[in-house]
Design a protein around this ligand. Structure first.
Ligand code: UDP
Ligand code: MG
Length: 326
C-alpha cells in the first residue's frame, strides 16, 4: 500500500490530571506513528488528539507545548470535567482521520496492539476491540467485580465484549454512525456493538499505570456499571413486577389458608414476633429497593429529556473557537 491510500489515523487520548505521564506517552505515541508511517500503514498526516477533561494540574499547558513542538499533536480542551466516556466521545467527534483509535493516556493499554488494529482495518474491519488477554495487573477485588459486571451484562442483554475497555479502533463510518446515537447516558462499550459493523478483536496485556494515579475509584466503577446495565435493558423493572406478583400470589395463598384454618376451627397460634416482624422488614426492604430501581430509570429519562450537550469544548490547539456538541 502506498502513502497515497494509506489511511489517516487519529489517536484519541482522554486526559484528566495526566501531567506526570503525558511527556512519556506522547514520545511513545510519536515513535509509534513514525514507525507506522515508515511502513506505509498510515498517512503522514495522522494525528494524536489529547482531550483535556477538566484537569486541575498542568495537563493543558503540557498539551499546548506538545502541539507547538510537533505537528502530529493536537489538543482539545473541554470546559470542565465531563468524565472519561464523554472525553473519548468529544475526541471522536472532533478528530479528523479515516481510522480513529481511543487509548488511555497512562500507557496501560499496549500501544503495540495499534499495529494489529490498523492491520485489521486495512483488511476491512470497521471496529477493532482491544481485549485484555488476562487481568493479572488488576487487584483481586477489581477482577472479581469485573467478572460479576460482565456476567450481569450478559444476563441483561448488553452485547458488550468482555474484558474490552475503551481501547478500540473505529472507522470514519463507525464514528459517524456513533454520532447518530442521541443518548446522553453514554456507555460506549455497549453502544459500539449496536452499530452492527464488521468487527474483530485484538488481544493485549494491560500493564500498570506508568505514573500518576487512577481516576476510577470503586464508586466510579459501580456508577459506570449501573449506568451500563440500566442504559441497555429494562429487565430490572420487569424483575420488580414479577417479584411483586409472586409476593402477591403467596400472600393470597397464605391468607386463604389462614381463613380456611379458622373456618374449620383449626388454630395455629404462633406466639412470637417472627411471623409479623420478618415480612414487614422483608417487604419494606423490597419496596425501597424497587422504588430505587424505578427511580434510576426516571433519573435517566430526566437526563435524556433535558437533552444537555454531552461535552463542551473551550478551546483547541488548532485555534477553533468554543463550540458544543449539537
Ligand atoms: N479520564 C478522563 N476523565 C475522567 C477520568 C479519567 O479523561 O473523568 C481519563 C484518564 O486520564 C485516563 C483514562 O481516562 O487517560 C483512564 O482513566 P484511569 O487510568 O484513571 O482509569 P483506570 O485505568 O484506573 O481504570
Ligand atoms: Mg488507567
Amino acid at each position: 500500500m502506498s502513502f497515497h491510500n494509506a489511511p489517516e489515523l487519529a489517536l484519541i487520548v482522554p486526559c484528566m490530571n495526566e501531567e506526570p505521564v503525558l511527556p512519556r506517552s506522547a514520545a511513545l505515541f510519536r515513535a509509534k506513528f513514525e514507525s507506522l508511517i515508515e511502513r506505509q500503514m498510515i498517512a503522514p498526516t495522522s494525528r494524536v488528539y489529547f482531550v483535556d477533561d477538566g484537569s486541575a494540574d498542568g495537563t493543558w499547558a503540557t498539551i499546548c507545548q506538545l502541539a507547538m513542538s510537533n505537528d502530529c499533536f493536537e489538543g482539545i480542551k473541554l470546559s470542565r470535567n465531563f468524565g472519561h466516556q464523554y472525553a473519548v466521545y468529544a475526541g471522536l467527534m472532533h478528530a479528523q482521520g479515516d481510522a480513529l483509535i481511543s487509548i488511555d493516556a497512562d500507557l496501560q493499554d499496549d500501544i503495540n496492539a495499534i499495529d494489529d488494529m490498523v492491520q485489521r482495518y486495512l483488511e476491512g474491519d470497521e471496529v477493532v476491540y482491544g481485549v485484555r488477554a488476562d487481568r493479572l495487573s488488576d487487584r483481586k477485588f477489581k477482577r472479581w467485580t469485573a467478572s460479576l459486571h460482565y456476567w450481569l451484562s450478559g444476563r441483561f442483554g448488553v452485547r458488550a465484549v468482555p474484558d474490552h475497555a475503551d481501547f478500540r479502533l473505529l472507522s470514519r463510518r463507525a464514528v459517524s454512525m456513533l454520532g447518530q446515537f442521541r443518548e446522553r447516558n453514554l456507555y460506549l462499550r455497549g453502544v459500539v456493538p449496536l452499530l452492527g459493523l464488521k468487527a474483530s478483536e485484538v488481544y493485549y496485556t494491560r500493564t500498570q499505570r506508568v505514573a500518576g494515579e487512577s481516576k476510577y475509584g470503586f464508586t466510579d466503577m459501580l456508577g459506570l456499571s449501573i449506568d451500563g446495565l440500566t442504559s441497555f435493558s429494562i429487565l430490572p423493572l420487569r424483575i420488580i413486577s414479577v417479584l411483586g406478583l409472586v409476593v402477591f400470589i403467596l400472600s393470597m395463598i397464605f391468607g386463604l389458608w389462614a381463613l380456611g384454618a379458622a373456618w374449620v376451627g383449626l388454630t395455629t397460634p404462633i406466639q412470637s414476633w417472627a411471623p409479623t416482624g420478618i415480612p414487614i422488614y422483608l417487604l419494606g426492604g423490597l419496596q425501597i429497593l424497587s422504588i430505587g430501581v424505578v427511580g434510576e430509570y426516571i433519573g435517566k429519562t430526566y437526563m435524556e429529556v433535558k437533552n444537555r450537550p454531552t461535552y463542551l469544548v473551550e478551546q483547541t490547539t488548532s485555534g477553533s473557537s468554543a463550540s458544543g456538541e449539537v
